[in-house]
Design a protein around this ligand. Structure first.
Ligand code: FAD
Length: 303
């Protein structure tokens, strides 16, 4: 045990200063609501720094996103952030959502451009009466009220970007407009994240860039999503899930071990803030937080 601690000192030393946050999406139907709220109930005692609720591009989940945020503010102590995209909507429509977020007590927005409704890959064209870029959206939000503003970041660059440096310029423009935190697209090779971090820091980016961790609840779904989002799936990851299509129990164990390896390596690299894409399931994020040493309030009270 001593030998282990000596070899990996950061794993034992920094759990007090770790911060975690969780992303949820609004339930797609009423029968999925209990799944989301049970997940939130399970993860809430971990005292996340904040939790976020996604927003369908073009406003496709406007009502359910708002309803979820309203209930989070009303029924939990969790600092809730609403995602908001500006694609396919007029400035007035987007501004109305900002005011609605403010009205239910939300003070943190994850500001995004979003993808065209015709699908990822089709060229982005701003709405004629809309916000042209995420930076414009951020300025619009700040003109309405005082919000903490988070934005996206892409360790493997955004699929539409000419280069990583061009992508970092877009991030810098979003920071100049008022963003104070970036959350990355998910990735599985930590080197990609560390290289991106180095490049962003060398380019003058000083805000926190939280790694987005996606525990692989479903490998095929993850691979499809990664292909669209421009995130790579390493061969070793595919190999680990090979032949397990009909073995969910083993898949869950593998997923936990993959995510644990990833977060411990990030921790060893000095990272202390982790953002989890929960896919509305508590089991894996909870287990990984526990491994990191992030304890639920009830565990601490019982100790
Ligand atoms: P930005 O970072 O603003 O821009 C993306 C790219 O567009 C740039 O990299 C660049 O290539 C180009 N670009 C932008 N501005 C300029 C400019 N001024 N000049 C030249 N090129 C430019 N989608 C949803 O629909 N709902 C969500 O809730 C949601 N949440 C997300 C959360 C996170 C943490 C992440 C990483 C992504 C999320 N997305 C969400 C996906 C996101 O909407 C898509 O990736 C979309 O394609 C880009 O939006 P963005 O805000 O990341 O774009």
């Amino acid at each position: 045990m001593t030998e282990f601690l000596d070899r990996r000192p950061s794993r034992s030393a920094s759990s007090n200063s770790l911060r975690v946050s969780f992303e949820f999406f609004p339930p797609k139907s009423t029968d999925l609501e209990p799944v989301l709220w049970n997940t939130i109930q399970r993860l809430a005692p971990l005292d996340p720094d904040f939790v976020t609720v996604t927003y369908g591009a073009g406003g496709s989940t406007r009502e359910p996103t708002l309803a979820t945020l309203e209930r989070l503010v009303r029924d939990t102590q969790l600092p809730a952030a609403g995602h908001l995209t500006c694609v396919g909507a007029t400035q007035d429509e987007v501004n109305a959502v900002v005011r609605a977020y403010y009205g239910v007590g939300v003070r943190h927005i994850v500001a995004l451009r979003g993808d065209p409704q015709s699908g990822i890959g089709s060229p982005y064209r701003p709405h004629p009466q809309g916000y042209a870029t995420t930076s414009d959206l951020i300025r619009g939000i700040r003109a309405i009220g005082e919000f903490d503003i988070s934005v996206s970041a892409y360790p493997e660059k955004h699929p539409e970007s000419a280069s990583l440096d061009a992508d970092i310029d877009v991030l810098k423009a979003k920071i100049d407009a008022g963003a104070t935190r970036a959350i990355t697209q998910f990735f599985f090779e930590n080197d990609l994240y560390f290289r991106y971090l180095d490049r962003a820091r060398a380019g003058g980016v000083t805000i926190p860039i939280l790694p987005g961790i996606l525990p692989v609840q479903n490998f095929h779904q993850t691979a499809n999503f990664a292909a669209k989002a421009g995130a790579s799936i390493p061969v070793w990851l595919a190999n680990r899930f090979e032949g397990l299509d009909h073995d969910p129990a083993t898949r869950r164990l593998i997923a936990a071990s993959v995510a644990a390896e990833q977060v411990f390596d990030l921790l060893d690299g000095g990272i202390s803030d982790f953002h989890f894409y929960t896919m509305n399931r508590a089991e894996l994020p909870y287990a990984i937080c526990h491994l990191l040493g992030v304890r639920s309030r009830s565990d601490v009270a019982a100790a």
